[in-house]
Design a protein around this ligand. Structure first.
Ligand code: ZN
Length: 47
């Protein structure tokens, strides 16, 4: 699940509520497969 431009990710902890928007995606085939992680330590999920 490489990051793509324009995607919005939300922290999986509802008490945190942090959201990020990808301003630039990973190059095709180079982005790996890891979910982004919030500053609180939880994985972020695509909105
Ligand atoms: Zn968080």
């Amino acid at each position: 699940m490489a990051l793509k431009q324009g995607e919005v990710y939300k922290c999986s902890d509802p008490d945190c509520g942090c959201e990020i928007t990808v301003s630039k995606g990973a190059a095709p085939g180079k982005g790996g497969n890891l979910a982004p992680r919030c500053c609180c330590g939880k994985e972020m999920v695509k909105k």
